[in-house]
Write a protein that binds this ligand. Structure first.
Ligand code: NAG
Ligand code: NAG
Length: 230
């Protein structure tokens, strides 16, 4: 995320999900449906629950795509406390970001949380994780990610998995190689492989309600003029 701005429409399983936001401001208030107790579907342009009532996603962004590939802040507070606060603030959903290489590239996917932080010399943060979320330290990164998703589910929060970058790190600059077609770290087959792995992993998890397929489309072949000037 490069700057904060509000998005008024949340894309539903849509490519071209261009967002600079730290916060999704999904349409106005309406009955928030507790996650996990309903199956969502679409009716024309609306997202609806099993009874056909419209469901409005009010999502906050939680970054998990930076170099350590762990949801930010777990060195400061227990995951359940953070999830509880998100729900208490009135959100019903989290946009949880992830880097492709976390699931496609063995030099990242094989790491435990401890190894991931050690490799970056983030010893203070690792101590913080030991203190606040000891159960995370020895988990492989994908299992840590799953634990965050389940903690959100326990707090009735829906989750949208957001493929934010390929190589883990801060997003987004026009020259970070982490954009879209033609970029150094963007290999289409690897991208699809990553999406497939995440979709398969979370297919049976009731509070995961959607995926945004790529954040901030950019790179040598970006065609934003075509998108924005239609
Ligand atoms: C895996 O990650 C390494 C280190 O960033 C990178 O050099 C390599 O190109 C990546 N491989 C693939 C297939 O993405
Ligand atoms: C971590 O520390 C070691 C030893 O001081 C150093 O060689 C290495 O470059 C550091 N790695 C990073 C990512 O800063």
């Amino acid at each position: 995320m490069r700057r904060s701005s509000l998005l008024t429409v949340t894309a539903w399983l849509a490519l071209g999900f261009v967002c600079h936001c730290a916060l999704y401001h999904a349409v106005s208030a309406a009955a928030a449906v507790a996650a996990g107790v309903t199956t969502l579907s679409t009716a024309s342009r609306w997202i609806v629950d099993e009874a056909g009532n419209r469901v409005k996603l009010t999502c906050v962004n939680w970054p998990s795509h930076l170099q350590p590939m762990l949801a930010e802040g777990l060195n400061k507070r227990p995951v359940g406390a953070i999830a509880g606060d998100i729900a208490a603030m009135g959100f019903n959903c989290v946009r949880l970001t992830w880097p492709t290489f976390m699931v496609t590239n063995a030099s990242y996917s094989s790491l435990t949380v401890e190894q991931s932080f050690q490799r970056l010399n983030l010893t203070d943060s690792l101590d913080g994780i030991r203190a606040n979320n000891p159960g995370f330290v020895d988990l492989q990164l994908i299992d840590a990610f799953k634990s965050v998703v389940s903690s959100l589910g326990e707090n009735n929060l829906m989750v949208i998995l957001d493929n934010h970058v390929s190589k883990p790190g801060w997003c987004c600059s026009p020259s970070d190689g982490n954009g879209f077609f033609g970029d150094g770290n963007f290999e289409p087959d690897v991208w699809v492989d990553g999406l497939t792995r995440m979709a398969t992993t979370f297919a049976g998890v009731p509070n995961v309600v959607g995926m945004s397929l790529r954040n901030e489309l950019r790179g040598p072949r970006q065609n934003s003029n075509d998108w924005y000037n239609m």
